[in-house]
Design a protein around this ligand. Structure first.
Ligand SMILES: C[S@@+](CC[C@H](N)C(=O)[O-])C[C@H]1O[C@@H](n2cnc3c(N)ncnc32)[C@H](O)[C@@H]1O
Length: 322
Protein backbone atom coordinates (compact mmCIF):
# COMPACT_ATOMS: atom_id res chain seq x y z
CA UNK A 1 0.00 0.00 0.00
CA UNK A 2 1.37 3.46 -0.79
CA UNK A 3 1.90 5.89 2.06
CA UNK A 4 -0.83 8.43 2.54
CA UNK A 5 -0.11 11.57 0.51
CA UNK A 6 2.35 13.91 2.16
CA UNK A 7 2.08 17.70 2.31
CA UNK A 8 4.57 17.76 -0.60
CA UNK A 9 2.25 15.80 -2.89
CA UNK A 10 -0.61 18.01 -1.72
CA UNK A 11 1.10 21.03 -3.33
CA UNK A 12 0.85 19.39 -6.75
CA UNK A 13 -2.75 18.24 -6.21
CA UNK A 14 -4.19 21.34 -4.56
CA UNK A 15 -7.62 20.75 -5.95
CA UNK A 16 -7.78 17.11 -4.82
CA UNK A 17 -9.17 15.95 -1.49
CA UNK A 18 -7.03 13.55 0.58
CA UNK A 19 -9.41 10.70 -0.41
CA UNK A 20 -8.85 11.47 -4.11
CA UNK A 21 -5.09 11.75 -3.63
CA UNK A 22 -5.07 8.39 -1.92
CA UNK A 23 -7.02 6.82 -4.77
CA UNK A 24 -4.61 8.37 -7.30
CA UNK A 25 -1.68 6.93 -5.37
CA UNK A 26 -3.25 3.46 -5.57
CA UNK A 27 -3.84 3.86 -9.32
CA UNK A 28 -0.20 5.01 -9.81
CA UNK A 29 0.97 2.01 -7.83
CA UNK A 30 -1.09 -0.49 -9.85
CA UNK A 31 0.10 1.08 -13.13
CA UNK A 32 3.74 1.04 -12.02
CA UNK A 33 3.69 -2.73 -11.41
CA UNK A 34 5.30 -5.00 -14.02
CA UNK A 35 2.90 -6.47 -16.60
CA UNK A 36 0.97 -8.97 -14.53
CA UNK A 37 0.47 -12.62 -15.41
CA UNK A 38 -3.09 -14.00 -15.43
CA UNK A 39 -3.15 -14.85 -11.71
CA UNK A 40 -1.72 -11.46 -10.65
CA UNK A 41 -4.14 -9.70 -12.96
CA UNK A 42 -7.08 -11.30 -11.19
CA UNK A 43 -5.52 -10.46 -7.83
CA UNK A 44 -5.14 -6.75 -8.74
CA UNK A 45 -8.70 -6.81 -10.06
CA UNK A 46 -10.05 -8.24 -6.82
CA UNK A 47 -8.10 -5.74 -4.73
CA UNK A 48 -9.41 -2.81 -6.78
CA UNK A 49 -12.96 -4.15 -6.75
CA UNK A 50 -12.92 -4.52 -2.96
CA UNK A 51 -11.30 -1.10 -2.56
CA UNK A 52 -14.04 0.50 -4.68
CA UNK A 53 -16.74 -1.30 -2.67
CA UNK A 54 -15.20 -0.16 0.61
CA UNK A 55 -15.03 3.45 -0.61
CA UNK A 56 -18.69 3.30 -1.60
CA UNK A 57 -19.60 1.75 1.75
CA UNK A 58 -17.89 4.74 3.44
CA UNK A 59 -19.86 7.20 1.29
CA UNK A 60 -16.82 8.16 -0.87
CA UNK A 61 -17.38 8.29 -4.64
CA UNK A 62 -14.59 6.37 -6.39
CA UNK A 63 -12.49 8.71 -8.56
CA UNK A 64 -12.64 8.60 -12.35
CA UNK A 65 -8.98 7.43 -12.46
CA UNK A 66 -9.74 4.56 -10.12
CA UNK A 67 -12.76 3.45 -12.15
CA UNK A 68 -10.67 3.74 -15.33
CA UNK A 69 -7.85 1.62 -13.90
CA UNK A 70 -10.37 -1.03 -12.82
CA UNK A 71 -12.03 -1.08 -16.26
CA UNK A 72 -8.60 -1.37 -17.96
CA UNK A 73 -7.79 -4.39 -15.82
CA UNK A 74 -11.13 -5.99 -16.63
CA UNK A 75 -10.60 -5.42 -20.35
CA UNK A 76 -7.05 -6.80 -20.46
CA UNK A 77 -8.01 -9.82 -18.41
CA UNK A 78 -11.01 -10.52 -20.70
CA UNK A 79 -8.67 -10.35 -23.71
CA UNK A 80 -6.03 -12.60 -22.18
CA UNK A 81 -8.69 -15.06 -21.01
CA UNK A 82 -10.01 -15.26 -24.54
CA UNK A 83 -6.55 -16.05 -25.91
CA UNK A 84 -5.24 -18.35 -23.23
CA UNK A 85 -6.61 -21.57 -21.84
CA UNK A 86 -4.13 -21.43 -18.95
CA UNK A 87 -5.77 -18.30 -17.56
CA UNK A 88 -8.81 -20.26 -16.48
CA UNK A 89 -6.76 -22.87 -14.64
CA UNK A 90 -3.96 -20.63 -13.37
CA UNK A 91 -2.77 -21.37 -9.86
CA UNK A 92 -1.70 -18.71 -7.41
CA UNK A 93 -0.15 -18.76 -3.96
CA UNK A 94 -1.84 -17.03 -1.06
CA UNK A 95 -0.41 -16.43 2.43
CA UNK A 96 -2.85 -16.50 5.35
CA UNK A 97 -1.27 -14.87 8.40
CA UNK A 98 -1.88 -16.46 11.80
CA UNK A 99 0.00 -13.61 13.47
CA UNK A 100 2.42 -10.90 12.35
CA UNK A 101 5.17 -13.31 11.31
CA UNK A 102 3.67 -16.76 10.86
CA UNK A 103 1.49 -17.83 7.98
CA UNK A 104 -0.01 -20.73 6.09
CA UNK A 105 0.79 -20.64 2.35
CA UNK A 106 -1.71 -22.21 -0.02
CA UNK A 107 -1.74 -23.06 -3.69
CA UNK A 108 -5.16 -22.16 -5.05
CA UNK A 109 -6.75 -22.26 -8.52
CA UNK A 110 -9.78 -20.02 -8.01
CA UNK A 111 -11.26 -20.71 -11.46
CA UNK A 112 -10.91 -24.47 -11.48
CA UNK A 113 -13.88 -26.73 -10.96
CA UNK A 114 -12.35 -30.18 -11.25
CA UNK A 115 -13.74 -33.02 -13.38
CA UNK A 116 -16.02 -34.06 -10.50
CA UNK A 117 -17.35 -30.54 -10.08
CA UNK A 118 -15.40 -29.89 -6.86
CA UNK A 119 -15.33 -26.39 -5.45
CA UNK A 120 -12.27 -27.21 -3.37
CA UNK A 121 -9.57 -25.39 -5.35
CA UNK A 122 -10.07 -22.04 -3.63
CA UNK A 123 -10.47 -21.02 0.01
CA UNK A 124 -14.03 -20.01 0.93
CA UNK A 125 -15.20 -17.45 3.46
CA UNK A 126 -16.38 -20.17 5.88
CA UNK A 127 -12.79 -21.48 6.06
CA UNK A 128 -11.59 -17.96 6.93
CA UNK A 129 -14.27 -17.63 9.61
CA UNK A 130 -13.55 -21.06 11.11
CA UNK A 131 -9.80 -20.39 11.06
CA UNK A 132 -10.38 -17.10 12.86
CA UNK A 133 -12.60 -18.89 15.39
CA UNK A 134 -9.94 -21.52 16.05
CA UNK A 135 -7.18 -18.94 16.45
CA UNK A 136 -9.36 -16.80 18.74
CA UNK A 137 -11.00 -19.56 20.85
CA UNK A 138 -7.86 -21.72 20.95
CA UNK A 139 -7.81 -25.42 20.19
CA UNK A 140 -8.02 -26.36 23.86
CA UNK A 141 -11.55 -25.01 24.11
CA UNK A 142 -12.63 -27.06 21.13
CA UNK A 143 -11.64 -30.41 22.64
CA UNK A 144 -14.31 -32.59 24.25
CA UNK A 145 -14.65 -31.92 28.03
CA UNK A 146 -11.93 -29.26 27.89
CA UNK A 147 -9.27 -31.83 26.91
CA UNK A 148 -6.88 -30.73 24.15
CA UNK A 149 -7.47 -32.69 20.93
CA UNK A 150 -4.80 -35.13 19.69
CA UNK A 151 -6.17 -36.03 16.27
CA UNK A 152 -8.02 -33.58 14.02
CA UNK A 153 -9.79 -34.53 10.81
CA UNK A 154 -10.91 -31.84 8.37
CA UNK A 155 -13.80 -32.89 6.10
CA UNK A 156 -14.29 -31.37 2.64
CA UNK A 157 -11.00 -29.61 3.33
CA UNK A 158 -10.61 -27.95 -0.10
CA UNK A 159 -7.28 -26.13 0.12
CA UNK A 160 -6.81 -27.22 3.77
CA UNK A 161 -6.63 -23.82 5.47
CA UNK A 162 -8.45 -24.79 8.69
CA UNK A 163 -6.43 -27.95 9.34
CA UNK A 164 -3.12 -26.30 8.47
CA UNK A 165 -3.89 -23.38 10.79
CA UNK A 166 -4.67 -25.88 13.59
CA UNK A 167 -1.35 -27.63 12.88
CA UNK A 168 0.41 -24.26 13.21
CA UNK A 169 -1.28 -23.61 16.55
CA UNK A 170 -0.34 -27.01 17.96
CA UNK A 171 2.57 -28.75 16.18
CA UNK A 172 1.98 -31.94 18.21
CA UNK A 173 -1.58 -32.30 16.90
CA UNK A 174 -2.06 -35.04 14.30
CA UNK A 175 -3.92 -33.46 11.37
CA UNK A 176 -5.62 -35.40 8.57
CA UNK A 177 -6.95 -33.24 5.74
CA UNK A 178 -9.63 -35.07 3.77
CA UNK A 179 -11.76 -34.43 0.72
CA UNK A 180 -13.90 -36.54 -1.59
CA UNK A 181 -12.16 -35.30 -4.73
CA UNK A 182 -8.83 -36.84 -5.73
CA UNK A 183 -7.52 -33.74 -7.50
CA UNK A 184 -8.34 -31.68 -4.43
CA UNK A 185 -6.49 -34.21 -2.26
CA UNK A 186 -3.45 -33.97 -4.57
CA UNK A 187 -3.50 -30.22 -4.09
CA UNK A 188 -3.84 -30.74 -0.32
CA UNK A 189 -0.64 -32.82 -0.42
CA UNK A 190 1.08 -30.02 -2.33
CA UNK A 191 -0.11 -27.53 0.31
CA UNK A 192 1.21 -29.70 3.14
CA UNK A 193 4.61 -29.84 1.38
CA UNK A 194 4.51 -26.10 0.80
CA UNK A 195 4.05 -25.45 4.50
CA UNK A 196 6.67 -27.99 5.54
CA UNK A 197 9.05 -26.14 3.20
CA UNK A 198 8.04 -22.88 4.84
CA UNK A 199 8.78 -24.42 8.17
CA UNK A 200 12.19 -25.57 6.87
CA UNK A 201 12.91 -22.02 5.79
CA UNK A 202 11.95 -20.52 9.14
CA UNK A 203 13.31 -23.18 11.44
CA UNK A 204 16.89 -24.44 11.71
CA UNK A 205 16.00 -27.26 14.04
CA UNK A 206 15.66 -29.89 11.28
CA UNK A 207 15.29 -32.89 13.62
CA UNK A 208 12.23 -31.24 15.06
CA UNK A 209 10.88 -30.47 11.59
CA UNK A 210 11.28 -34.12 10.52
CA UNK A 211 9.38 -35.31 13.56
CA UNK A 212 6.44 -33.01 12.74
CA UNK A 213 6.11 -34.05 9.10
CA UNK A 214 4.23 -37.33 9.51
CA UNK A 215 1.69 -35.58 11.68
CA UNK A 216 -0.01 -33.87 8.74
CA UNK A 217 -1.44 -35.96 5.92
CA UNK A 218 -4.13 -35.85 3.24
CA UNK A 219 -6.57 -38.62 2.30
CA UNK A 220 -9.62 -39.16 0.14
CA UNK A 221 -12.66 -39.39 2.43
CA UNK A 222 -16.04 -39.54 0.71
CA UNK A 223 -18.79 -38.85 3.21
CA UNK A 224 -20.69 -41.94 4.28
CA UNK A 225 -18.63 -44.11 1.91
CA UNK A 226 -15.08 -44.05 3.28
CA UNK A 227 -14.89 -45.37 6.89
CA UNK A 228 -14.35 -42.61 9.46
CA UNK A 229 -10.84 -42.14 10.91
CA UNK A 230 -10.47 -44.02 14.22
CA UNK A 231 -9.61 -42.14 17.44
CA UNK A 232 -10.43 -38.72 16.02
CA UNK A 233 -11.20 -36.26 18.80
CA UNK A 234 -11.85 -33.12 16.72
CA UNK A 235 -13.63 -32.88 13.36
CA UNK A 236 -13.74 -29.53 11.54
CA UNK A 237 -15.49 -28.68 8.28
CA UNK A 238 -16.07 -25.38 6.47
CA UNK A 239 -18.59 -24.63 3.74
CA UNK A 240 -19.78 -28.21 3.34
CA UNK A 241 -23.53 -27.53 3.70
CA UNK A 242 -23.96 -25.84 0.31
CA UNK A 243 -25.52 -28.67 -1.70
CA UNK A 244 -28.78 -30.23 -0.49
CA UNK A 245 -28.17 -33.36 -2.59
CA UNK A 246 -25.06 -34.40 -0.58
CA UNK A 247 -26.22 -33.21 2.87
CA UNK A 248 -27.61 -36.69 3.81
CA UNK A 249 -24.12 -38.20 3.18
CA UNK A 250 -22.48 -35.39 5.15
CA UNK A 251 -24.70 -35.69 8.24
CA UNK A 252 -24.40 -39.51 8.17
CA UNK A 253 -20.60 -39.06 8.19
CA UNK A 254 -20.81 -36.57 11.09
CA UNK A 255 -23.02 -39.02 13.02
CA UNK A 256 -20.45 -41.81 12.46
CA UNK A 257 -17.68 -39.60 13.91
CA UNK A 258 -19.94 -38.63 16.85
CA UNK A 259 -20.76 -42.31 17.54
CA UNK A 260 -17.12 -43.40 17.29
CA UNK A 261 -16.14 -41.84 20.62
CA UNK A 262 -15.46 -38.56 22.45
CA UNK A 263 -15.24 -36.35 19.41
CA UNK A 264 -15.98 -32.62 19.08
CA UNK A 265 -17.42 -31.58 15.73
CA UNK A 266 -17.23 -27.97 14.57
CA UNK A 267 -18.86 -26.92 11.29
CA UNK A 268 -18.79 -23.47 9.66
CA UNK A 269 -21.96 -23.13 7.58
CA UNK A 270 -22.30 -20.43 4.94
CA UNK A 271 -25.98 -19.42 4.82
CA UNK A 272 -26.45 -18.90 1.07
CA UNK A 273 -29.99 -20.28 1.10
CA UNK A 274 -32.28 -20.82 4.09
CA UNK A 275 -33.88 -23.84 2.35
CA UNK A 276 -30.55 -25.65 1.97
CA UNK A 277 -29.59 -24.80 5.51
CA UNK A 278 -32.90 -26.24 6.75
CA UNK A 279 -32.12 -29.48 4.91
CA UNK A 280 -28.88 -29.61 6.94
CA UNK A 281 -30.67 -28.84 10.25
CA UNK A 282 -33.33 -31.45 9.50
CA UNK A 283 -30.68 -34.00 8.50
CA UNK A 284 -28.88 -33.46 11.81
CA UNK A 285 -32.11 -33.98 13.76
CA UNK A 286 -32.84 -37.18 11.83
CA UNK A 287 -29.34 -38.47 12.69
CA UNK A 288 -29.82 -37.60 16.39
CA UNK A 289 -27.37 -34.68 16.28
CA UNK A 290 -27.82 -31.33 18.05
CA UNK A 291 -26.55 -28.03 16.63
CA UNK A 292 -25.26 -25.41 19.09
CA UNK A 293 -24.47 -22.00 17.63
CA UNK A 294 -21.02 -20.80 18.75
CA UNK A 295 -20.56 -17.63 16.70
CA UNK A 296 -21.78 -15.83 13.64
CA UNK A 297 -19.56 -13.98 11.15
CA UNK A 298 -21.17 -11.24 9.05
CA UNK A 299 -18.04 -9.39 8.05
CA UNK A 300 -14.26 -9.39 8.26
CA UNK A 301 -12.76 -11.49 11.00
CA UNK A 302 -10.02 -10.28 13.28
CA UNK A 303 -7.44 -12.18 11.26
CA UNK A 304 -8.81 -12.45 7.72
CA UNK A 305 -10.61 -10.20 5.26
CA UNK A 306 -14.11 -11.33 4.29
CA UNK A 307 -15.81 -9.11 1.68
CA UNK A 308 -18.85 -7.32 3.19
CA UNK A 309 -21.08 -8.72 0.43
CA UNK A 310 -20.44 -12.33 1.56
CA UNK A 311 -23.29 -14.32 3.10
CA UNK A 312 -23.36 -14.93 6.86
CA UNK A 313 -21.20 -17.75 8.19
CA UNK A 314 -22.33 -19.50 11.39
CA UNK A 315 -20.03 -21.71 13.45
CA UNK A 316 -21.81 -24.68 15.06
CA UNK A 317 -20.77 -27.32 17.52
CA UNK A 318 -22.48 -30.60 16.67
CA UNK A 319 -23.05 -33.28 19.31
CA UNK A 320 -25.05 -36.45 19.86
CA UNK A 321 -28.44 -35.66 21.42
CA UNK A 322 -28.28 -36.45 25.12
C1 LIG B 1 -17.23 -25.28 -0.95
S1 LIG B 1 -15.86 -26.35 -0.85
C2 LIG B 1 -15.21 -25.91 0.74
C3 LIG B 1 -13.72 -26.13 0.80
C4 LIG B 1 -13.07 -25.64 2.09
N1 LIG B 1 -13.56 -26.33 3.24
C5 LIG B 1 -13.28 -24.15 2.25
O1 LIG B 1 -14.18 -23.75 3.00
O2 LIG B 1 -12.54 -23.39 1.63
C6 LIG B 1 -16.62 -27.94 -0.48
C7 LIG B 1 -15.64 -29.12 -0.44
O3 LIG B 1 -16.36 -30.31 -0.08
C8 LIG B 1 -15.90 -31.37 -0.89
N2 LIG B 1 -16.98 -32.37 -1.02
C9 LIG B 1 -18.17 -32.23 -1.66
N3 LIG B 1 -18.90 -33.35 -1.58
C10 LIG B 1 -18.15 -34.24 -0.88
C11 LIG B 1 -18.36 -35.59 -0.45
N4 LIG B 1 -19.49 -36.26 -0.76
N5 LIG B 1 -17.40 -36.19 0.28
C12 LIG B 1 -16.26 -35.50 0.59
N6 LIG B 1 -16.00 -34.24 0.22
C13 LIG B 1 -16.93 -33.61 -0.52
C14 LIG B 1 -15.56 -30.72 -2.22
O4 LIG B 1 -14.66 -31.49 -2.99
C15 LIG B 1 -14.98 -29.39 -1.77
O5 LIG B 1 -13.59 -29.46 -1.59
Amino acid sequence: MPALPTSESHETHDELTPAEQYQDAIVDLIRSLPTPDAADERYYQTVLKLFIRQLEACGVTPSEQLNEAYTELLMTSKMSQGSSKEASTAACFVNYFVNESDYVRLRESPNVISAHGSTGHRTWEAALALSDYIITAGLLLLGEDGQPPHKLVELGAGTGLVGLIAAKLDPTLEVILTDGDEQVVNNLRANIALNNNNRDNNNNDNDNVESLRPRISAEVLLWNETPVVANTDLVVAADVTYDASVIPQLVACLAQFADAGACSIIVAATIRSQETFQVFQQGCTTQGLTLTKLRSYNESTRHFFIPPSSPEVIIYKISNQA
